[in-house]
Design a protein around this ligand. Sequence first.
Ligand code: ADP
Ligand code: MG
Length: 356
Amino acid sequence: MAKISLEHIRHAYGPTPKSEKDYALKEVHHEWNDGGAYALLGPSGCGKTTLLNIISGLLRPSEGRILFDELDVTNLSTQRRNIAQVFQFPVIYDTMTVYDNLAFPLRNRHVSEAEVDSRVREILEMIDLTDWAKRTARGLTADQKQKISLGRGLVRNDVNAILFDEPLTVIDPHMKWVLRSQLKRLHKQFGFTMVYVTHDQTEALTFADKVVVMYEGEIVQIGTPVELFERPSHTFVGYFIGSPGMNLLPAKVNGNSATVGDQTIVLSAAPDVGAANKVELGIRPEFVCLGREGMPVDIVKVEDIGRQKIVRARFAGHSVAIVVPEDTEIPAEARITFEPARINIYADSWRVGTEG
Ligand code: ADP
Ligand code: MG
């Protein structure tokens, strides 16, 4: 197990990058703790796989260094970095048995056959393929093959880190849930440093103790699931985490209040927004209070999502989503209030572009 330090990593795939947009990774500078379980979360194309491959050594970064503990591994091969990596699609030997596929990484390291047997049996149990141990991998289904891939990543317990790149994409939903909790258990048991790439926020939030949110080649926030939910550091994080995402309202700050359209909203303190008094107020749909008091809204739509309802409304010329318990009665003349402590204030202006 090891601490992973990423020092000023930048990466461009093309030979001569001309501008910032030619960089798949712009400036990644972080230290990930020994034994941490990190989920790397972000939309498709934001650079997750690129960063993972740089950590594993499949890719050499254009700039910057990678350290495992104090050792500079930037120029070391994947093998010499002593890591396990599981990809989105199965990487296994079709002509070998399931058992031999799992034993391979251990035999490669000259582990005793007794130890091989006990580790392989444990993993077979975990991925629910004990009865298939003697079969060759060729005839298996795609999701069985992927489970073998996952097992091969987990079979060694002496690696510096285990890296997963969306490994459960081809697995059916129920098994996904089972494997996720098994992974969590193994992580607790062996304490390996784990980096788990996903574009699925549910997966990231249930699984990791730290979630790393990426956006356009940069890490925009690292935090616990609660921190990301309650205090997104960036409007993109607010929008991306949560369902529906955080409401973003363009506002003008004036002391300890803000105006949105013709409405005035009290803030918990006068924010320090520098010269710019134009900001975005971020309020989670879960923290908007809907009732007969406060500022007027026009209800546009109510969606029933089981134990809750999502109310879509117009407020001071903007769309607002509100999440309320299923049995909430929506008054004819609905009004809303925001609890001041639940309002986040942003000077940056990332936008979804679908306001209206
Ligand atoms: P993610 O895993 O988050 O979907 P990637 O790391 O695969 O994102 O890609 C980040 C960016 O780098 C994207 O713009 C993608 O098109 C580009 N990219 C990825 N792999 C290559 C490659 N082999 N050659 C050129 N560009 C690439
Ligand atoms: Mg990817």
